[in-house]
Write a protein that binds this ligand. Structure first.
Ligand code: HEC
Length: 102
């Protein structure tokens, strides 16, 4: 009897470990369409301080894809949204495709 309950306990522990890792994997999953995803994330979080005009203004500060990525990071950190690198990357891709074209 003792042996039997120990085995059950072990299977429960094993199963919860497996499902826990499945949840973690789902979080880090590749984004199927980064441009559409980035557009949506940008719409949700990025109109609080500036509109799209800032990306096309005459003296815009961003002059390379690297600078764009850094600026998105800076702006995102200002508002403290918990984005994964993939989220920020998707927004960079969206902004680059629509406005910057590096
Ligand atoms: C807390 C206010 C704030 C929020 C929210 C914000 N930004 Fe900004 N952003 C700024 C300011 C201020 C500037 C101008 C910086 C300057 O001129 O030096 C700027 C500039 C930029 C630029 C550079 C524009 C150029 O001149 O080329 C990009 C790109 C940008 N933001 C992206 C984003 C993205 C993406 C988000 C959403 C994650 C976002 N911003 C949210 C304040 C904000």
């Amino acid at each position: 009897m003792k042996f039997f309950s120990k085995r059950i306990l072990n299977s429960i522990m094993f199963l919860s470990t497996v499902s826990f890792s499945a949840i973690c994997l789902a979080d880090g999953e590749d984004i199927a369409d980064p441009i559409a995803y980035g557009e949506q994330a940008h719409k949700t979080h990025c109109y609080k301080c500036h509109s799209d005009d800032i990306y096309t203004r005459e003296n815009r500060i961003v002059k390379s894809i690297d600078a764009l990525s850094k600026q998105v990071d800076r702006c995102k950190d200002n508002i403290g949204i918990p984005w994964f690198d993939e989220d920020a990357d998707a927004v960079v891709q969206f902004l680059n495709k629509k406005y910057y074209r590096f």
